[in-house]
Design a protein around this ligand. Structure first.
Ligand SMILES: Nc1ncnc2c1ncn2[C@@H]1O[C@H](COP(=O)(O)OP(=O)(O)OP(=O)(O)O)[C@@H](O)[C@H]1O
Ligand SMILES: [Mg+2]
Length: 258
């Protein structure tokens, strides 16, 4: 039975998509069966799974959520693609249409849960990449998940974002998903050469010690990430063995063997 992990932070550009993508590859390398859902209409992750023309697709997560919302007959299998041995459901701009529709319906926070329930037994891990907002889509992801992995870069505002997200997680636990856990805080874009980065890393560790797990693995800041995303590839394909590739492998090990 898969563990479902949502990658989230309300702040934009803190490594959510990069982490979802590269963690999926590293988990796969450990022999895990991985399924990835792009739950962001920006569809950045979808591009890294070899899809250039996401907005022309008619079988995306937006369409699948809409089918469940409208109680249509559908086969979830028909929406699942496979790339480099990783299963995934792409996103497109159509997901914002679905989001508007979901906002208008009561009880729509469990739509993604209903879709994943029959699928989850086929995988070891299901990773969900979310957009930088706590909209109904992210709430759906948090309702469907066992845990949430919070990415934060070592900038002050990303750290403020963590406490906001933790408050929302408390509310979600109370209202809709009592078993939701915080998997951990992952510090991304760490630059050990700058004092500020070092200081903020230390601050996060002290602030959450004994309360929320902060992953031992820190993701280093390197231009290779930008280059790999630009070329639509995972770091494992673009720069295998690089420091950031090894970091994501270590994160996968922390997650599998915690
Ligand atoms: N470890 C890293 N080192 C250097 N640059 C990075 C690293 N991780 C991510 N980046 C860069 O930071 C930018 C944002 O990363 P990413 O798209 O993963 O963030 P995000 O949280 O998914 O953003 P959004 O909120 O817009 O969805 C990208 O340009 C990416 O290339
Ligand atoms: Mg993203």
């Amino acid at each position: 039975m898969a563990e479902i992990i949502t990658v989230a932070n309300r702040k934009g550009g803190v490594g959510k998509t990069t982490t979802t993508l590269n963690l999926a590859y590293s988990l796969k390398e450990l022999g895990k069966k991985v399924f990835v859902i792009d739950l962001d209409p920006q569809a950045n992750l979808t591009r890294c799974f070899g899809i250039e023309n996401a907005n022309e697709l008619t079988e995306t997560i937006g369409h699948l959520l809409m089918a469940e919302l409208e109680e249509e007959n559908y086969l979830a299998k028909g929406y699942i693609l496979s790339y480099d041995g990783i299963d995934f459901i792409p996103s497109s701009i159509y997901l914002s249409v679905t989001e508007t529709q979901m906002k208008a319906e009561t009880g729509s926070e469990r739509i993604l849960s209903s879709i994943l329930e029959p699928i989850r037994e086929q995988y070891d891990y299901i990773l969900i990449d979310t957009s930088p907002s706590l909209n109904i889509l992210t709430i759906n992801a948090l309702c469907a998940s066992d845990s949430v992995l919070i990415t934060a870069d070592t900038q002050l505002f990303a750290i403020v974002g963590i406490s906001e997200l933790l408050k929302t997680i408390q509310k979600i636990k109370k209202r809709v998903n009592a078993s939701l856990k915080v998997k951990g805080i992952l510090l991304t874009m760490c630059d050990n050469r700058t004092n500020l980065s070092k200081l903020l890393t230390q601050q996060v560790e002290e602030m959450y010690q004994g309360k929320v797990e902060v992953f031992q693995t820190k993701i280093p800041k390197t231009v290779k990430v930008g280059e790999s995303i630009y070329s639509g590839q995972s770091i494992k394909k673009y720069a295998k063995g690089s420091s950031v590739d090894i970091a994501y492998d270590n994160l996968a090990k922390e997650i599998c063997y915690e």
